[in-house]
Design a protein around this ligand. Structure first.
Ligand SMILES: Cc1ncc(COP(=O)(O)O)c(C=O)c1O
Length: 408
């Protein structure tokens, strides 16, 4: 059976009411039919729900679908993507361990590694996503490097990490390869098939796809998920049944939505790429992307994020955003509605100037999370806003000329 069919047909067992749509199990605990059953559930000689911090039918349905989509044995759902990232690190690392990570990480993952894990004696080394195999090998210290953590494609630079190359190094050094697969989704990229041990999602993004609920998930082998389950069971970052219900329903349309997201993103990237007033367009499936060949190898489509750069700095960005009619200005992504973000002043504002420079985060950089609107409307809107906001650059040039004349 195809995954698309399974994503629609996997569901919690029907109740005596024979409902077609899965009901919401809004319950904190589950009743025992006898004292013996309570004992059996706790000593794990019987499988079943006890308390929704441990498991809940809506959450289990969501986890089962993601494991199926990711070709993973087991998984744990969490209340947010960051809870999944943190649980995967806190459960599997200990004092004295070393983590190698990509520099281009979502800001909060960066903070966990530098500000939180470091308090517990877990050290780290950052590398560029585009580092060579030799550079990765140099950063990995056979012992104590316990984990390599990365996002591919990265946010907002859309740099890719070669997962097959890292799987080769993993075979040699035995670290846990932990991949945030949020930008690609299991529809476009299967990290576990490419050699990763864990695949993580902010389900808040494409898995929900309509900007409604927060959620997270980490999937992988039973052996690695078991300690993460222990950590989650006792520290309590559980996903709510309501959010799991929403997310599980959304997975029914993930493949359909990703198809449209990707075709819209490619068409918008191509249109902006030939526009003379766009300084830079980055999209993994544009032949001008420096890692186009790798993108074609490890992803089935380019995803739904396009980054562009406009000349004229923040003033230009501000005028461009004001001229746009359709997109929302927000820091989120992965919505059916197109969203534009200026990373320099929002999501990545707290980075030091040298960190921004290393990640290519300039004042004029714009991250576009391409939605599901009609592509003709998006292209027309972006084009008119680029043209309307060009006056800012012209005005800046004129002002500069006037200043020059005055000085002269
Ligand atoms: C790549 C990536 N990973 C993780 C997260 C964190 O997810 P959440 O906001 O659901 O905690 C985000 C964004 O928020 C993200 O963009």
């Amino acid at each position: 059976m195809k995954k698309q069919t399974k994503a629609i047909r996997t569901q919690a067992a029907k109740s005596q009411n024979r409902e077609h749509s899965v009901p919401l199990y809004l319950t904190s605990s589950f009743a025992f039919e006898s004292a013996e059953q309570g004992k059996a559930l706790f000593d794990e000689t019987e499988d079943g729900n006890i308390y929704s911090r441990f498991s809940n039918p809506n959450v289990t349905e969501f986890v089962d679908k993601v494991c199926m989509l990711e070709n993973a044995e087991d998984g744990i759902a969490t209340g947010t993507g960051m809870a999944a990232v943190f649980a995967s690190m806190a459960a599997l690392l200990k004092s004295g361990d070393h983590i190698v990570a990509c520099r281009a990480l979502f800001g909060s993952a960066h903070q966990i590694i530098t500000q939180i894990l470091s308090k517990w004696g877990i050290t780290h080394t950052y590398l560029d996503a585009t580092a060579t195999e030799a550079e990765w090998e140099e950063a990995i210290q056979a012992n104590p490097t316990k984990m390599v953590y990365l996002e591919t494609p990265s946010n907002p630079g859309l740099e890719l990490v070669d997962l097959t190359m890292l799987a080769r190094l993993k075979a040699k050094y035995g670290f846990i390869l932990n991949v945030d697969n949020c930008f690609a989704t299991p529809i476009l990229q299967l990290p576990i098939d490419l050699g990763a041990d864990l695949s993580i999602h902010s389900a808040t993004k494409y898995m929900d796809g309509q900007g409604r609920v927060l959620g997270g998930i980490v999937v992988g082998s039973k052996e690695l998920i078991q300690p993460i389950r222990f950590f989650a069971r006792h520290t309590g970052p559980s996903l709510s049944p309501f959010n799991a219900w929403v997310l599980s329903k959304s997975l029914e349309t993930l493949e359909l939505r990703m198809d449209r997201h990707c075709s819209n993103a490619l068409a918008l990237a191509e249109a902006l790429d030939v526009h003379p007033d766009v300084a830079l367009v980055k999209y993994p499936f544009l032949p001008s992307h420096p890692q186009y060949e790798l993108a074609k190898q490890q992803m089935s489509a380019g995803g739904a994020i396009v980054t562009i750069e406009l000349d004229g700095g923040f003033e230009r960005v501000s005028a461009f955003f004001a001229a746009l009619q359709i997109p929302t200005l927000s820091s989120n992504l992965g919505d059916s509605r197109t969203i534009v973000t200026n990373p320099n002043t929002t999501t990545h504002a707290k980075l030091k100037p040298e960190e921004k420079a290393a990640l290519g985060i300039t004042p004029g950089l714009i991250r576009i999370s391409v939605g599901l609107e009609a592509i003709e409307d998006l292209i027309a809107d972006f084009t008119q806003a680029i043209e309307k906001s060009a006056d800012v650059v012209a005005a800046t040039v004129v002002t500069a000329d006037v200043v020059k004349e005055n000085v002269a």
